[in-house]
Design a protein around this ligand. Sequence first.
Ligand SMILES: Cc1ncc(COP(=O)(O)O)c(C=O)c1O
Length: 381
Amino acid sequence: VSTHVEATDLAEIRRREFPITDSWLYFDTATYGPHPRRYVQAISEIAEQLSIQPLGTTSAGVEGVRSAAAQLLGAPAVNVALLRSTGEGTNLVTGGLDWRAGDDVILYELDFPSLVAPWLALGEHGVNVAVVADRGRHRFEVEDVERLLSPRTRAISVSLVNNLTGFRAPVEALAELCRARGLWFTVDAVQAIGSVLVDVPALQADVVSAHGYKFQMSGFGYALAFLSDRAIDTLGVPHVGTSNLQPGEGRKLFESGLELYPNARRFEPSVPNLPAILAMRASLELLLEAGMAQIDAHNRGLCQRLGEGLLHTGHDVVTSQRPGESAGIVCAVKPGVDQESIREQLAGRGIICAVRGGQLRFAPHLFNTLDEVEQVIASLP
Ligand SMILES: Cc1ncc(COP(=O)(O)O)c(C=O)c1O
C-alpha cells in the first residue's frame, strides 16, 4: 500500500523515535500507542506557532493529514474523513439511514462496545440485533453470519481484528455477502490500521474507521475513516456546520441553501483541534516511511515468536492459528493462574502487556524487537 520504495530501518526508527523503549518493554499498543518523538515535536511546534503567529489558513495543513491518511489506507483522499473516534464511523451508518421497526443487523458477541452500542441504540426504533455467538471459539466463520441472515437484515458490523482475542475476521467474504444482498457493512479497524497491511478499499466495506491513538501512534481525538461512494452519497450528515459546506465567496446561505462537500469531508463539521490533527501527520508519515509491508512482516514475526514462547511455557494461545485469522496481536491464558497476577509480575520486570476478557494480550509494534520478545518469553511463568 505504501508508495515508499525504500523502507527506513526499524532499528534506526526505534532509536530515533521511541524513548519509551529506554525504560519499558512495551507490548501494549492495542491499548495505547506511544507518541513517537516527531509527534511530540510537531504538536509542540504547532502550539508554539499558534502562540506567536497569526493563524493564517489551515485547510492546506489538514488536507496534508488527509492525504497521508489516504496513503496509509490505500484509498482515494475523497473517500477519507477525519472523524473523532472509531465509533463515530459506525454511528454515521446507524444515524444516517432510515431505520425501520423490524430491520435486523448482525454483530459478533465479542466486539467492542463502541461498535455494538450504536446498534443497540437503534433498538428504540425497533431494530433487532442478531448476535454471532462466540461459544468459546475465539473466532467465527462467514457461515455463522449467513445463518443469522433474514429477509430484514440490513447491515453487518464487525471489527477487522478483535481486541480481546486478536482474531482477524473474514471481512472480505462478509463484504461479498453484503454486496450480494445490498447490505450495509461497517468495519472497526482500530486494532489493525498502522499495525498490519490493510488494503482498505479491498475490504469493500461502506465504513472503515480507526482511532489514531493505538497502532497509528497519532494521539487522541482523531480517527481515520474510509467511506465508500455509496456511504458518501447516501448517509445523512449528522452534524452540519461551517466546514462541511463547500466554500462560496460572498454566498448567502439563506438563499443558496446547503451545499455540502460531495466527498468524505461532508462529515467534518468544524475546525479541528489543529495541534492534534496536524501532529497526526507526523506519525502517519513515520508509518509510511517505515512502510506498512515492513511493519506488517515485523509485527507478525514478533507475534509468531511470542505465540511459540507462550505455548512452550504452558499457556493456551487464544488467538486463532488458522491461516489468515491473526494479525498483530497475540492473546493467551495460563490455565489455573490469575492472569492479572501474571501481568503484574511482568510489569515488575518492565514488561507492559494487558489483560482483556480474562486473557493476556501482547500487541507489539515497529519499535519492539525480537530480543525483547525473548526477554518476555524468558519472564513468563
Ligand atoms: C476494537 C476496538 N474498537 C474501538 C475502540 C475505541 O473506540 P472509540 O475510538 O470509538 O473510542 C477500541 C479501544 O480499545 C477497540 O479495542
